[in-house]
Design a protein around this ligand. Structure first.
Ligand code: FES
Length: 403
């Protein structure tokens, strides 16, 4: 076998010294925790675990999508900064339960910084939550309602050091919300960037932020192409009808070379399943494909069976029941346990727990687990449905609960 070393061996040798040096520093260090200083305080201010917000106003984006403008409860407080494409986890009480759900921020960081607000756009009867959460939102959230929110979360953002300078954004339903933020911000900040937005919707009136995207395309001639695709289009519609598929993507993008385009995908589980098949045609390298799941995956059981769920949480053992039609996370929340969670789609790892015994079903595309996790029985309860009685251990991590 022929091995070609492209760079100097000096780097390799320096690394060897590094290990010894690191050991020496570790051994000399104190076992006591470092004192909390200015940097810790600054970091907590810029990235708070929780934020108290109030709904300032509402806007109808489409018959089914409303935008809620959230501002700090305390006048003079600043919202935590974020990257375009990130989300907040919003919490509120409904029917005696604390509900937490992630929602992408639809305003851009520039707009939010200037106005000191977050815009969150929510779809009624979203597949993310079977309508339970969004029904409650549409019923109860009015100007003046207060909410508790997490700090901004998520890794679904454009990173020029990693991503190609031609973005292919594919959205379905309320999956359009992060793209409003990403395209508004990044077309302004990166003048070399070009983007094509494929937006799949059922009816033409579902086209959320249509005016905003059209204005953005006019302001950036030749840099933003809008491709709305309507499933049930009216006879007067002159655009594309049906579904986003490979011939349509090829027609709009023309020739692609390896690494010339980065694909960003956001929408409900059905869109992900469909697009995975469509994009398998393009032999994309993993680094050029980023996705944000909205949802907990497919329900694995059409009939409901209730199983016993034993949970070790915060030093207690709690016995509750878990329905085969709900994720383990939802069952725990339904019983008031408040386990840690952010994304609810198997991506952030915040809910990672140990399956002591029992059998679960998970959509293969949603596990988000490392190989070692799988080997030692770690799971993400946010995307796991019980198929038998279950015993689950939630790791004790005060940092997670303090949020
Ligand atoms: S809450 Fe993010 S992986 Fe479960």
């Amino acid at each position: 076998m022929k091995v070609v070393i492209k760079n100097s061996l000096i780097d390799l040798l320096a690394f060897g010294k590094h290990i010894k040096l690191r050991k020496k520093i570790f051994n000399a260090a104190s076992a006591h925790r470092l004192e909390q200083g200015y940097i810790n305080t600054l970091s907590r201010t810029l990235h708070p675990a929780r934020q108290d917000l109030i709904i300032e106003s509402l806007l109808e984006e489409s018959p089914d999508i409303k935008t809620f403008r959230l501002v700090p409860v305390t006048p003079g407080n600043r919202i935590a900064s974020f990257r375009a494409g990130q989300y907040l986890v919003l919490s509120f009480e409904e029917e005696g339960m604390i509900l937490n759900r992630p929602f992408s921020i639809s305003s851009s960081p520039g707009e939010s910084r200037e106005g000191n607000y977050y815009d969150i756009s929510i779809k009624r009867k979203d597949k993310v939550n079977d309508g339970f959460f969004s029904d409650a939102v549409f019923r109860n959230w009015i100007p003046g309602s207060s909410l508790s929110a997490s700090g901004p979360q998520g890794a679904f953002y454009y990173e020029p050091l990693r991503d190609a300078s031609q973005l292919v954004c594919i959205a379905g339903g309320s999956g359009i919300t992060p793209f409003r933020s990403i395209l508004t911000e990044e077309l302004e900040n990166h003048k070399e960037l070009k983007a094509t937005l494929f937006y799949g919707m059922i009816h033409l009136e579902d086209y959320a932020f249509a005016k905003h995207f059209e204005t953005l395309a006019e302001k950036n001639p030749g840099r933003l192409t809008l491709v709305p695709v309507v499933q049930e289009s009216p006879s007067s519609w002159q655009g594309y009808s049906g579904f986003i598929d490979a011939p349509l993507i090829r027609k709009e993008l023309g020739a692609m070379t390896d690494g010339s385009h980065s694909f960003f995908l956001c929408g409900p589980p059905g869109l992900h399943q469909h697009m995975e098949k469509v994009l398998s045609d393009f032999s994309l390298r993993k680094k050029y494909f980023r996705r944000e799941n909205y949802g907990e995956g497919t329900k694995h059981s059409l009939t409901q069976t209730d199983y016993q769920l034993n949970v070790f949480i915060r030093g207690l053992e709690v016995r509750i029941s878990a329905s085969s039609k709900e994720t383990l996370l939802t069952s725990m929340e339904r019983h008031g346990l408040e386990p840690p969670a952010f994304c609810r789609s198997g991506e952030c790892g915040w809910c990672r727990s140990q399956l002591v015994s029992g059998e679960i079903a998970v959509d293969p595309g949603l596990t988000g687990l490392r190989m070692a996790d799988r080997k030692f029985g770690w799971i993400h309860p946010c995307v796991s449905y019980p198929l038998s009685p279950i015993t689950l251990r939630i790791p004790d991590n005060p940092h997670k609960y303090s949020s």
